[in-house]
Design a protein around this ligand. Structure first.
Ligand code: DLL
Length: 433
């Protein structure tokens, strides 16, 4: 089902027109209400009533996470607090989480974006949706919650953790949709196997997964473990939370809610806008937000845009699976390495589980990488020659894909930390040495 056919299937010219009108409106709104942006717009010569084009808009300096920190907590809010009805915050591994405010209208826009994404994946008012994201400042749970309620699905707000209970509820309450991170979906599937919960005893049919990257290989693994269609959706708290884009049942890129978010792809180093289809860092301008509008926000997420209409009938621009965050990219002996490349190599390898970690250390002036992978079966640990064979196999496969010789460490089953939220695939020990 298409939730909002008028927008989701609109002609490109019409979408461009909506974007342009809303961009002008957003610029006028922040010029009026956010001193930080008024200064920047003045400097770039982009005045609310001025005669400028989308090309000129590309001259505006990016908004970065650092700008958000420097305006902590509320200096980038564009409405009086009286109009703010919700505050979330970005997870932020370093420093304080940065708050993001929503007016009532912002919440409506957010729910609308979520409703579209859930419907395009195949969700409907017939569904019972188990939300296994953590509720709280994190936007994942409430974002999906609002959208699912909007389309009329029955929501089970179980939150994350307590995996045995999750599985009991899933079976007894007949959940048909699972909402979580892909890594938690994988961990839950492992637990289900351990507890003897058979997928045939469940009603689950659809996964709405997001909040972290995962490869196509991992997606297939999750689909086969659960016997479901696994779709992914994308977003970030600074922009709205989930709801920026999502996959339809064709699983061929994530449809961007372009009437609300204007995407650009830029070179992560020099910052220039790249041609359509090129891979680079996604930069987003919000087009319909009142409380916390952002112009040209650098997401650090590496992806590319697909402009062709999708076989599902929607005309929106799609984004490809996120390869990684620009700050997660490692440079080892001059070779660029993303954790996702390691994931696609080890997935489906004989004797190796889908859990892995990259440990980065510094040897003198150069970075060194150790790839830790987990064995499926601990009986292998007693057979040295088999262990050596598996290790060589992993090293050779990684070498052929990455062009890099890395150290491999095989670990016993269960040794790599499981997560109920976002997985930590990179352990960076460079500062601790
Ligand atoms: O993770 C929002 C979200 C919640 C999206 C639930 C989808 C589902 P943050 O905690 O601020 O917000 O983290 C945002 O997570 O910049 C990406 O690096 C990463 N991320 C989110 N979705 C995906 C995805 C939420 N589908 C950061 N693929 C983003 C890859 C993703 N990375």
């Amino acid at each position: 089902m298409i939730w909002n056919r008028e927008i989701e299937c609109a002609a490109r010219a019409e979408i461009k027109d909506i974007q342009w009108r809303r961009l002008r409106k957003t610029v006028a709104h922040v010029y009026e209400n956010v001193p930080f942006y008024r200064k920047r717009l003045d400097e770039a010569g982009l005045l609310p009533d001025g005669n400028w084009t989308l090309k000129d808009f590309e001259r505006l300096p990016f908004t970065t996470k650092e700008d958000l920190r420097q305006n902590y907590p509320y200096n980038l809010f564009a409405v009086p607090m009286k109009r703010v009805v919700r505050i979330h915050a970005s997870s932020g591994t370093t420093g304080k989480p940065t708050p993001v405010g929503y007016t009532r209208d912002d919440l409506d826009m957010w729910s609308e974006c979520m409703a579209r994404i859930i419907c395009m994946a195949g969700g409907s008012d017939e569904d019972i949706a188990q939300i296994s994201f953590g509720y709280g400042l994190f936007t994942g749970a409430l974002g999906l919650h609002q959208g699912l309620e909007k389309i009329g699905a029955a929501v089970i707000p179980i939150s994350s953790g307590n995996t045995e209970k999750q599985l009991m509820i899933m079976r007894d309450f007949g959940s048909t949709i699972l909402v979580s991170t892909p890594s938690y979906a994988l961990y839950m599937a492992d637990m289900a196997r351990e507890m003897g919960v058979k997928k045939e005893s469940l009603k689950l049919k659809l996964g709405l997964f997001g909040a972290e990257g995962h490869t196509a290989e991992m997606n297939r693994e999750i689909e086969s473990r659960w016997g479901i269609l696994s779709t992914e959706n994308y977003g970030l708290s600074e922009i709205v939370g989930p709801g920026v884009s999502g996959e339809c049942h064709r699983q061929d890129g994530m449809h961007i809610n372009e009437d609300c978010f204007l995407p650009e792809i830029v070179n992560p180093r020099a910052g220039e806008v790249l041609p359509l289809g090129a891979e680079g860092e996604m930069v987003i301008t919000t087009l319909r937000k009142e409380a916390f509008p952002l112009l040209r926000y650098r997401t650090k997420d590496i992806t590319s845009l697909l402009a062709e209409p999708c076989a599902c009938g929607r005309t929106s621009m799609r984004m490809t699976r996120v390869r990684g965050r620009s700050d997660d990219m490692l440079i080892i002996k001059g070779v660029n390495v993303y954790p996702s490349q390691v994931e696609s190599v080890i997935l489906g390898m004989e004797h190796i589980s889908p859990y892995y970690q990259l440990v980065v250390t510094k040897k003198g002036f150069v970075d060194a990488l150790e790839v830790q992978v987990e064995l499926v079966d601990d009986s292998l640990l007693d057979r040295f020659s088999d262990l050596e064979r598996v290790e060589n196999m992993v090293r050779a496969k990684l070498h052929s894909v990455l062009g890099l010789d890395c150290k491999i460490r095989l670990r016993e089953p269960g040794a790599i930390e499981r997560t109920t939220g976002k997985a930590k695939h990179v352990i960076d020990l460079r500062d601790k040495q």
